[in-house]
Structure formats: structure tokens, C-alpha cells
Design a protein around this ligand. Structure first.
Ligand code: BGC
Length: 418
């Protein structure tokens, strides 16, 4: 068994959350979609409404984080985190077109200052999928004007918060969002239109570039990137046609967006969740270790995905990685093994500078609602009480030592049984 795995000095250790999933009381395209007739009809038809109940699917006060942020940041502090990725809610900051809320900006400023006082580095995402209603009514990301609207929002917001924030993530997983919302038609606005899908991707690329430039005008030494959801694709049995499909899927899903913005990123944020063993374009995963969402858990995939990002010659932060695991049976194993592979990537020359686990808290998991439990900290949604899960303490020990010990690795050598 290998010796202890030491992480670099000044490594950022922490977790991630997002506004709509935790804050509560947001009014945006998602909050309205959750309550729409079409959505309720879909839930009814699929039997999910009957199985999980309506409350599961309405974000409402979520994890009440807007009110309880001090408590949550304190927990992050006690768990040894030195970084937290949060997102700002566009719909709070610009509730009406061109009208910016000083109150909302002021509140975010207070929150971020508080993080800093606790010695926690904020990584701030400007857009994590939700948009204000006025923008929804103008066609959202399919509208050619939206990149310009985004730039205006970024300019206002970053000018206000320029002394509090150094790391900006313009867009969260733009490729995934475009696919889910405009190609597969699962997320609002539920379009299944390849033409709109490509247009949205184009607009998101434009928006990032404009925001990147704008942010550097405000402060030259801001660090700006996106968070990309990259998948480790493998060809089933190495067959020729599978290799060809893997190449295409890899290029489109993992590299296309990054290639288009390659001169306009100071770092890369990697969100790693998926491994896909492809056979004739379909997933044929063999690994039986899965999360509560039946997503295959494949820690070694992060090594390959990180290796691939090396070509962009930018520092990399793992801005999300985690699993839905309500009983917390697999989380410590998963964290230990992910970190083992992150460490291997660093040892092999990939410039990984931080790891942020998804998520600090249980939260509203988009179309799946509250049921999936991604939190290091458990949330009781009835009382809004927080309780760190055992794996949060395990992760905390690694952070404190800044290494994975031989014992950590031995203990988590094989995946826990279901
Ligand atoms: C998203 C998060 C989400 C997580 C788990 C990521 O793709 O950025 O908002 O909760 O995956 O599904």
C-alpha cells in the first residue's frame, strides 16, 4: 500500500453550494416552472408526484440559507474548510430589467465579508442556471441580446463586490444546462430543439467572453473561469465504432466550450460526476457501486478528466464533486478515492489547486427535488436543523492534515456494500 499522499501547500479545501438550491424564497424561472401546470402534469403522469409528494418538488425555502448563512459558514469553518463556492442569484440582484437591487447586492456583500472574516476564500459563481422572470419572458438564453444583459449584470455586480471577491466563475456547466433545457427538454424552458440548443451554446460562449473582459476591466487581477461538467468517456471493449463515438462525445461534451474560450480563462473549474462506458452511443457501465440516484461512482475517472484538461495550461480547481448518499455509507470511501486520484493527477503534473465537495448542505436537487442528499451536512427541512454527517468529519481530518494517510487509504480500499 502506498505511503501517505501529501497535498500542496495552500491547497483550497472546501465545498460548494448554489443560490437556488439553498437560499430559499427565490423568484426566478425555476421557482415558477416548479409550480407550473405542465410540470405538475409531467410529475403526475410519471407517478413521481404520488411517490414523493408535491413538497419534494417545490424549492420554496430550500435550506433557508439566505437566513442561516452565518450558521452554515460557521459549520464550514468548524469542518476546516478554507474555501466555499457560492453563487449569486441574478433574479435577486436584477429583479426588473436594468434595475439593480442595492439591498440584494449589500446582502451578498455582507455574506461574503463574513466568509472572509472566518478565513474562508469565496469562489463566486455569477450564473448557476436560474434567470430572472423578465429575462425568461424575453426568451432567456436563446435571445441574442442575453449575452449583453449578462455583461451588464456582471459589471454591476462585480463593481459592487470587487473588494470582497477574487475568484469569479461566470457560468456553471453551460454545456449541461443547454442540453437539459434546450435539447432534452427536461429543465425549463423544456425545449427540444437542436437549433435553439446550438444557439444557446453560442450565446453562453459569447456571454462568458464578454464577462471575462468586463471583469478584467474592473480589476485586472481577478481570476475568472467557468465550471465545466466533464465526463470520463470510455469505449466499450475498445471497439472501433465505440472509440469513434467516444472521441466525438469527448470533444463535444468536454472540450468544445473550453476550446472556444481558451484564451479567456484564468483557471478551469471542473465539476466531475460521470463516467460513461459507451457502446453504440449508449451507456453500458459495469461498475455496480452507485449513488442513491443510481449514478455510477467511478473515482478514477477524475484522473483522466484532469489529465485531459492539462492541455489548456491553466490552474484547475475541482469546483464540484460529490454523491447523493442519504445514509452516508459511501461518502467517505468516495472522498478518499477521489482524492487519491486527484493526488495522482497532481503527481503527474496537472496543476490542481483545490477541491470543493458538492455539497456543504443537503439542498434542492433541481428536477429531482429534495430527496437526493448530497450534503456533507444533513438538513432537516422541517426544522432547518443542520447535522454534519460522519463523512464530513472524515473529510475534515484530511483537510487538517493536508494529506491522505496510509490508514485512510487502507480503510477505504474497497467500496462499501449496498
Ligand atoms: C450542478 C449542481 C447539482 C449537482 C448534482 C451539478 O451538475 O452544478 O447544481 O446539484 O450537479 O447533480
Amino acid at each position: 500500500m502506498s505511503e501517505q499522499l501529501q497535498f500542496p501547500d495552500n491547497f483550497l479545501w472546501g465545498s460548494s453550494i448554489s443560490s437556488h438550491q439553498t437560499e430559499g424564497d427565490n423568484v426566478n424561472d425555476w421557482s415558477e416552472w416548479e409550480k407550473s401546470e405542465q410540470r405538475l402534469e409531467d410529475l403526475r403522469k410519471s407517478g413521481r408526484l404520488q411517490r414523493h409528494g408535491l413538497d419534494n418538488f417545490i424549492s420554496k425555502n430550500a435550506a433557508d440559507h439566505f437566513r442561516l448563512y452565518k450558521e452554515d459558514y460557521q459549520l464550514a469553518k468548524e469542518l476546516g474548510h478554507n474555501a466555499l463556492r457560492i453563487s449569486l442569484e441574478w433574479s435577486r440582484i436584477e429583479p426588473e430589467e436594468g434595475i439593480f437591487s442595492e439591498a440584494a447586492l449589500g446582502q451578498y456583500q455582507k455574506m461574503i465579508r463574513h466568509l472572509r472574516e472566518l478565513g474562508i476564500e469565496p469562489l463566486v459563481t455569477l450564473w448557476h442556471w436560474t434567470i430572472p422572470l423578465w429575462l425568461r419572458d424575453q426568451g432567456g438564453w436563446a435571445n441574442p441580446e442575453t449575452p449583453r444583459y449578462f455583461k451588464r449584470y456582471v459589471e454591476k455586480t462585480a463593481s459592487f463586490l470587487k473588494d470582497e471577491v477574487d475568484f469569479w466563475i461566470t457560468l456553471n456547466e453551460p454545456e449541461l444546462y443547454a442540453g437539459m433545457s434546450y435539447f432534452l427538454g427536461i429543465w425549463p424552458p423544456q425545449k427540444k430543439n437542436p437549433y435553439l440548443y446550438l444557439r444557446v451554446i453560442g450565446n453562453l460562449i459569447k456571454a462568458h467572453k464578454l464577462a471575462f473582459e468586463q471583469l478584467h476591466i474592473i480589476k485586472d487581477n481577478f481570476k475568472v473561469g467557468i465550471a465545466t461538467n466533464n465526463v470520463y468517456f470510455e469505449p466499450y471493449q475498445g471497439l472501433f465504432h465505440n472509440r469513434a463515438i467516444v472521441k466525438l462525445a469527448h470533444w463535444w461534451n468536454n472540450n468544445y466550450f473550453l476550446n472556444r474560450i481558451k484564451d479567456k480563462q484564468d483557471f478551469i473549474g471542473l465539476n466531475y460526476y460521470f463516467h460513461n462506458l459507451l457502446h453504440w452511443g449508449k451507456t453500458k457501465n459495469q461498475n455496480k457501486t452507485t449513488s442513491d440516484l443510481a449514478w455510477e461512482l467511478h473515482p478514477e475517472g477524475i484522473y483522466h478528466v484532469l489529465q485531459d484538461l492539462k492541455k489548456y495550461q491553466r490552474p484547475i480547481y475541482v469546483t464540484e464533486n460529490g454523491l447523493a448518499d442519504a445514509t452516508d455509507k459511501k461518502r467517505a470511501w468516495f472522498i478518499a478515492n477521489i482524492l487519491k486520484h486527484v493526488h495522482q493527477a497532481i503527481a503527474d503534473g496537472v496543476d490542481v489547486k483545490g477541491y470543493l465537495h458538492w455539497s456543504l448542505l443537503d439542498n434542492f436537487e433541481w428536477d429531482k427535488g429534495f430527496e437526493p442528499r448530497f450534503g456533507l451536512v444533513e438538513v432537516n427541512y422541517k426544522t432547518q436543523q443542520r447535522k454534519p454527517r460522519p463523512a464530513a468529519h472524515f473529510y475534515s481530518e484530511i483537510i487538517k492534515k493536508n494529506h491522505l494517510s496510509k490508514e485512510d487509504l487502507e480503510k477505504h480500499a474497497s467500496p462499501p456494500e449496498d
